[in-house]
Design a protein around this ligand. Structure first.
Ligand SMILES: [Zn+2]
Length: 344
C-alpha cells in the first residue's frame, strides 16, 4: 500500500513509537541515566510537552533543535535589527509593585519599593531605554529618577544595552554577577553594533553572588545565579502584591540555548532548573516571569489585565505547580538538546 511504502511516514511512525516507548520508560526511570539516543531525545521532548500542557506551550520553543554554532555576524545584526524594529507594546502594570516597560521581544521590569525603583534589565540601547523604560515609566506614573539599581540579568546586549545611559543619568548602581561582569569586560559572547556598549564597572556598581539579597526600602530581591544561558545569569526572586494579596515571583534570567554546542553548559542549565524547582517549592513561588515576553506571555497577560474588572484573578499568578512544570519543561528541553549535541 502506498501508505506503507512512504519512507517518511514509516520514519515518523518509528519515531513516534520510540517516543511512546521512551516516554513509558521515562515515567518509571529518569532517561538522564541512559546513554543519549534518538529515544532519549524523544523522551525528554515528550516529558516537556506533557509538562507544558497548553498554558506553558510557548516554552516548548526551547525543545526545537538549537544551532551548534553562532550565526554569522551579518545575520546576527540583521536578525536583531528586525526584532528591535518591531513596534513596542504599551507599558503595563502586572502587580501593585511590578511594571512592564519592555520592547516587543525583550522585556524590562520595574519593581517599585518604598525607597525607589529596582529596574531589571535595560533593553538593547539608549534609544530604547529612553523611549520604553523612561517613557513607559512616566506613562505608568513612575518617576525614572527613582531608579536606584539596574539589575542586568545577564551579559547579552539586549539586557545591558541601555544600562550605561540609565546608570549615568540617575546615578543608579548596576548589578551583575561576577562571571558576566568579567565576560562583558573581556570577551563578549555576542558582539554587535546594534546593541549599546556594556556598562563599565563603577565604584558603586555591584557584583553579586548566588543568594545575595538586594534590599531597597520595604523590598528585598534575592538574586540566584542560574548558570546556563550565560554562566552568570541572575534569576531574581521577590514578593509581589495583587490587590493587596502577597505572591512570590521568580524572573528566569536567561532562557534560550543560543551558545552553540556546549554540553557542560547545558548540564549547568539542567542543574539550575532542578535547583530552582526546589526553591520554587520551598518558597511557594507562584509567579514566573521572563525577560522575553515570548516565553511568559506577558504581553497577552497585560492586555487581559487592562480589560478585566477589578478584583478578577491576576493572570500572572499561575501557582506553584505551574512554576515547577515550567522549570521542568526548560530542564527537559535542555536534556533533549544535550543529548542531541552528544550525538552530533
Ligand atoms: Zn541572552
Amino acid at each position: 500500500m502506498a501508505f506503507r511504502k512512504n519512507p517518511r511516514t514509516l520514519l515518523l511512525k518509528t519515531t513516534a513509537l520510540a517516543a511512546v516507548a521512551a516516554f513509558i520508560q521515562g515515567c518509571a526511570q529518569t532517561p538522564a541515566q541512559q546513554p543519549p539516543s534518538e529515544a532519549t531525545i524523544a523522551a525528554h521532548v515528550a516529558a516537556a510537552t506533557r509538562d507544558a500542557g497548553t498554558d506553558l506551550a510557548p516554552l516548548l520553543a526551547l525543545c526545537k533543535p538549537a544551532p551548534a554554532a553562532q550565526p554569522p555576524q551579518a545575520e546576527l545584526d540583521k536578525g536583531l535589527r528586525a526584532l528591535i524594529d518591531k513596534p513596542a507594546p504599551p507599558p503595563g502594570k502586572a502587580f501593585d509593585n511590578l511594571y512592564f516597560v519592555g520592547a516587543d521581544w525583550v522585556s524590562a521590569w520595574a519593581i517599585k519599593t518604598s525607597d525607589g525603583i529596582i529596574l531589571i534589565d535595560a533593553l538593547n540601547n539608549q534609544m530604547e531605554a529612553a523611549a520604553l523604560i523612561e517613557g513607559g515609566m512616566r506613562r505608568l506614573g513612575l518617576d525614572p529618577a527613582q531608579i536606584k539599581y539596574v539589575v542586568v540579568t545577564h551579559g547579552h546586549g539586549d539586557h545591558y544595552g541601555g544600562a550605561p545611559y540609565l546608570a549615568q543619568k540617575y546615578r543608579a548602581r548596576v548589578v551583575m554577577s561576577e562571571a558576566d561582569w568579567t565576560m562583558t569586560e573581556t570577551k563578549l559572547e555576542f558582539a554587535t553594533p546594534v546593541w549599546g556598549a556594556p556598562p563599565k564597572r563603577g565604584a558603586g556598581d555591584m557584583s553579586v553572588k548566588d543568594g545575595d539579597r538586594l534590599t531597597l526600602g520595604d523590598t528585598t530581591v534575592t538574586l540566584y545565579i542560574t548558570p546556563g544561558h550565560t554562566m552568570g545569569t541572575i534569576s531574581p526572586v521577590f514578593d509581589v502584591t495583587a490587590d493587596g494579596q502577597k505572591h512570590r515571583a521568580m524572573l528566569w534570567g536567561g532562557t534560550a540555548f543560543n551558545f552553540g554546542k556546549n554540553v557542560p553548559r547545558l548540564g549547568s542549565y539542567i542543574d539550575a532548573t532542578r535547583r530552582m524547582g526546589t526553591v520554587a517549592e520551598a518558597q511557594k513561588i507562584d509567579v514566573l516571569v521572563s525577560n522575553h515576553s515570548g516565553y511568559d506571555g506577558s504581553q497577552g497577560k497585560l492586555a487581559a489585565l487592562r480589560q478585566q474588572p477589578a478584583g478578577a484573578a491576576n493572570p500572572f499568578v499561575i501557582g506553584t505547580p505551574a512554576v515547577s512544570r515550567a522549570l521542568n519543561v526548560m530542564g527537559e528541553c535542555a536534556q533533549a538538546q544535550r543529548d542531541r549535541f552528544v550525538l552530533q
